[in-house]
Design a protein around this ligand. Sequence first.
Ligand SMILES: C[S@@+](CC[C@H](N)C(=O)[O-])C[C@H]1O[C@@H](n2cnc3c(N)ncnc32)[C@H](O)[C@@H]1O
Length: 254
Amino acid sequence: MSWDPQQYSRFAGHRLRPALDLIARVPLEHPRTVVDLGCGTGNVTRILRNRWAEAGITGVDGSPQMLAEARKAEGDIVWVQCELAAWNPAGKFDLVFSNAALHWLDHHAALFARICARVAAGGVLAVQMPRNFGAPSHTLMHELASSPPWRETLAPLLRPQPVLAPEAYYDLLVRRARTLDVWETEYLQILEGDNPVAEWTKGTWLAPLLAALAPDARSAFEAEYRRRVALAYPPRGDGKTLFPFRRLFIVAAL
Ligand SMILES: C[S@@+](CC[C@H](N)C(=O)[O-])C[C@H]1O[C@@H](n2cnc3c(N)ncnc32)[C@H](O)[C@@H]1O
């Protein structure tokens, strides 16, 4: 998928808060090496840099567009362009961190086993992923993409819900971890502007669907999606829109 850093960054504050909540729960004072998987434009990687000033920090991402933004800022972070499904570094890391990225990959049992193998002894795996795939913002997109006239082009692009139930991550990690903390938070996001939920998904899940359509079909699909989303998330009396958003957090000390 081709990422648009500007569109993704439109809701930067709401997207940053879960990353800060995750960082606050990492039980490490002096990690020597930290890697941020799916680092995007590096907003969160730079916070990791400030939090652990003595650590060597690496940001890994598959998107040249996102990494081009990340590289604009000065600093000593090492940026690596790499498909995470093929990520196989030589060494291990004291902290393997990933915010809002691993839900883009499938086969989480194998993925988490592979990532755990890259955590040094005494190190920590810290992951946050959205688990909001049952919300209208998402189900309306699937319904529309599965119906004519878009079905033929878009149905092959639809992925089954990639993130497992919290208990499944507990079962995957409990025998490897010294301590394990798994929790969910549903943020009641208060958004501003016209149809902001549709703008939100345009920065993520909607983007590959729109990119697959010819211009006329793209406009029609987006207009119909926007219409349905506006009905599902009407503005409140003060003009703002509430977008409840559930996220899953995992902190495993290995
Ligand atoms: C939603 S952004 C999150 C960026 C950053 N972690 C943050 O919290 O702001 C997801 C990032 O994961 C990256 N990503 C998704 N799937 C990937 C894959 N299979 N391999 C490498 N990077 C991937 C995307 O390029 C994107 O930059």
